[in-house]
Design a protein. Sequence first.
Length: 340
Amino acid sequence: MTLSISRPGILPSQSIEVLIAGGAIASDTPFDVDQVQPASLDLRLSEVAWRVRASFLPGKRKVEDRIADVAMHTIDLSAGYVLEKGCVYIAKLQERLSLPKGLIARANPKSSTGRVDVFVRLLTDRGGSFDDVDEGYEGPLYLEIAPQTFSILVRPGTRLNQLRLKAGEPPKLETRSVGVDLQASEIVGFRGRRHAGVVDLDNIDGHDPRDFWEPLTLRRGELLLDPGEFYILASSDDVEIPVDQAAEMTPIDPSVGEFRVHYAGFFDPGFGTDEAHGAGSKGVLEVRTHDTPFLLEHGQIVARLVYEPLTERPSRLYGEGGSHYQKQGLKLSKHFRPWG
């Protein structure tokens, strides 16, 4: 099988499958049948991780050489392991890359990871930045994991981030502002409880949301964000990603306010479209304040969506075969049962 690329853009699912078949993307174990998404690849934890005393970039060194300087102890994930909030971990991933010439890659947290306030960043050997994979990179992949609000239970195979591959330099087709919805219903958002239990990231619909979240209502038409707290909110406008495009939510410009959308996110082709039976979908926003309290009003801009083309239409669209987030409104992660 040969990878055929007609124009600069993000690789669709069928091109990712060609790279897997040709060995450019390899894995310690067989790939899961649902691991390839319409325009990204889910990455999986292996059995080994390290508790580290500090985050780092490897620079001119291999990741595991750098880990030796900061590791506190090695962790075996094979039987499941709780990663505690407020701590930093590095985990080796099952996948490895041998990127062909002309391809680069970028990683991002999965939607469900951001919604439980787990900060993750991809590391590569001799990498000079987080989440970016250079053209021609050949080697293993690692993930920095820093739970913020909840401690989490993970295992080999747990998926916390995803990889998007790009050919050439795709043009930025459009940038749209994303406002916050504070009028859709009586409950306008959720705030994470600081002293909740453990979230099992492989237990779908297995947690009572009331044990982990506090519902939020408005006072005088405003929502007060407290410093250091984590919030789940929804976009004021519907989000629609054309079937031949993908989008990335970018962090807020600090000049707009003393808060930020905590995790950038990938939106796959077909999200929110009629064709994929998702019309009316909102973007869910994971918001954390900086050092001062901040008042939000309905429609206030909190993020930007940047649209880029795919090299070709994907063989399947977001939500085909089922999705937890197609046609979503204000929605917690898939680990929690519906509120009410």
